[in-house]
Design a protein around this ligand. Structure first.
Ligand SMILES: Nc1nc2c(ncn2[C@@H]2O[C@H](COP(=O)(O)OP(=O)(O)OP(=O)(O)O)[C@@H](O)[C@H]2O)c(=O)[nH]1
Ligand SMILES: [Mg+2]
Length: 491
């Protein structure tokens, strides 16, 4: 048996001690950010997270993150996926999304329907902070959560009684463009005696009809104000009786005492108690279990699709944005601060799919999104939440250039069409490589004159072909997104 000298033993002991000290140091020095990504359905959340992860894990492989200081200054080392923190939350399916985008032919990732999570460990070399004296490699743990913006639309319900919510929803359902679709449902409700003993079967049937209407508002009319948000994106609550209620007309005309004393098994009693239960078990629970954990938030908005759908769709997006922003409006006097105390310190608004318009339209697109969030944004600034707005394309699907039209140079984009946002106009352009000037984005909230004299030619494009998993996806301003959301944690 070989003898180990005293000095070797001493050295081993010292190494062990050093390793332990380093480990301890790293544990205390390591940074952590919980980043939440939200936006209404189809706003581009999955594409965004996929691109963000792809840019970070492939850094160095043809990456173009010039505006992200850790990369620009050379202190970014590497990023990798690591097991997520919360095992009860579904995993964000990066592999399927990146496989779709890099397959031949390339396709967009499938729609998702609830909350999901992914964790990245980002290694970097501290250069400026106090960390540089202690260690030459630190880790930023980034937890990313994807959740539907529709869930934020429910927040205002927390301060409404069932009666108030019914009245507000009823007035939406009896105005254009919802009225035409809601008439027959509302006529059925008018036939019901609110104090009669409730039939669970009928309640469930009517709730399904109401849910179908919400789907029509969202997908056919392109509207954004959908309440309750879980009805169209139920997650694991699909089919649960807590999602079986709906607004009831004429509650303001009932005798207040009769309404208050309506028994729990009456029609109105049952609707009311499910509404209260929904607020407690679904809305409040989401804020308590998830929202309060978030450090930073990006809200994605597809302004172009709403512009393309027309005046009513755009007005509805405006209303939805103001409802969503209530969740961030938690200054000292805000309604939200009385319920919860969130800790978000940076809030980014992204106008997505900016590659659908020519580059000189990005300025107006940002200006337009700024207008949409204007009032709230000022309030948030005042309350020291740092806010920024950017026009981005998570996965750039077009090339931009110039083309001659009647002897004049016009900016154009080129890509492979997968259809037109207005379905009836899709025929004939499917799968074709097309070159278009899709239209000018108004930099102000559009007025009636705009809607009469302008049209927007928004075409959906397939992802570019020939993309590779080990390379960075083409993008617009994802580096600026990373700079705003992460750079200050990596100095
Ligand atoms: N051209 C272009 N299209 C995009 C981009 N991001 C998203 N899209 C389009 O928008 C669609 C929806 O994107 P997703 O990322 O699935 O949106 P989502 O918000 O996750 O949608 P849900 O999961 O249904 O809520 C895609 O299928 C693409 O057609 C982008 O950067 N550029
Ligand atoms: Mg999704």
């Amino acid at each position: 048996m070989a003898l180990i000298s005293k000095s070797t033993l001493k050295k081993r002991g010292l190494d062990k001690l050093k390793h332990k000290a380093n480990e301890l140091l790293n544990r205390t020095l390591d940074q952590h950010v919980t980043l939440a990504v939200t936006g209404l359905s189809r706003s581009g959340k999955t594409a965004f997270i996929t691109s963000l992860v792809n840019q970070l894990i492939n850094e160095g492989n043809g990456t173009k993150l010039s505006f992200f200081d850790p990369v620009h200054n050379g202190n970014f080392i590497a990023a990798k996926r690591v097991p997520q923190k919360h095992y009860h939350v579904p995993r964000f399916d990066y592999d399927s999304a990146i496989s779709a985008l890099t397959s031949e032919p390339a396709t967009w990732p499938e729609p998702t329907h609830g909350i999901s999570e992914l964790r990245l460990a980002i290694r970097y070399q501290p250069k400026n902070s106090i960390l540089k004296y202690a260690t030459d490699m630190a880790t930023l743990t980034l937890d990313i959560t994807d959740y539907p913006g529709e869930w934020l639309l429910d927040l205002p319900m927390l301060k409404q009684t069932y009666q108030e919510w019914s009245q507000q929803t009823y007035s939406l359902m009896t105005s254009s463009p919802r009225a035409e679709y809601s008439n027959s449902f509302l006529a059925k409700l008018n036939e019901i005696d609110p104090f009669a003993c409730a039939s669970e079967e009928l309640l469930s049937e009517l709730a399904q009809e109401y849910t179908a209407l919400l789907h029509t508002f969202r997908h056919q009319l392109g509207l954004s104000v959908i309440q309750p948000g879980r009805f169209i994106l139920p997650g694991d609550l699909a089919g649960a009786p807590i999602l079986e209620f709906f607004p009831f007309p004429g509650l303001d005309k009932l005798d207040a005492n009769d309404y208050q004393n309506a028994p729990d098994d009456s029609f109105i009693g049952m609707l009311r108690s499910r509404y209260l239960e929904y607020k407690e078990q679904v809305v409040r629970k989401f804020y308590r279990e998830h929202f309060l954990r978030f450090d930073r938030q990006i809200v994605l908005a597809d302004c172009l699709k709403s512009l393309n759908k027309g005046k009513e769709s755009f007005a509805d997006l405006e209303l939805a944005m103001s409802m969503i922003l209530e969740s961030y409006n938690y200054g000292k006097s805000g309604f939200f601060s009385r319920l919860f105390s969130p800790k978000i310190d940076k809030l980014l608004f992204g106008a997505t799919k900016a590659d659908h318009v020519t580059p000189e339209q990005h300025g107006p697109l940002v200006a337009l999104l700024n207008q949409l969030i204007h009032q709230n944004k000022q309030h948030l600034n005042y309350e020291s939440v740092q806010v920024k707005t950017l026009a981005i394309a998570s996965v750039k699907a077009t090339q931009s250039g110039m083309s001659k039209h009647k002897g004049i140079d016009v900016p154009v984009i080129q890509g492979q069409s997968i259809g037109h946002a207005n379905l009836e106009e899709s025929a004939g352009i499917f799968g074709q490589k097309i070159t278009v000037f899709p239209g000018a984005v108004p930099s102000q909230l559009p007025n009636d004159d705009y809607w009469q004299s302008n049209s927007f030619n928004f075409i959906e494009f397939a992802p570019l072909s020939g993309l590779n998993k080990q390379q960075c996806l083409p993008h617009v301003r994802m580096d600026q997104v990373l700079q705003f959301l992460l750079a200050d944690k990596m100095i």
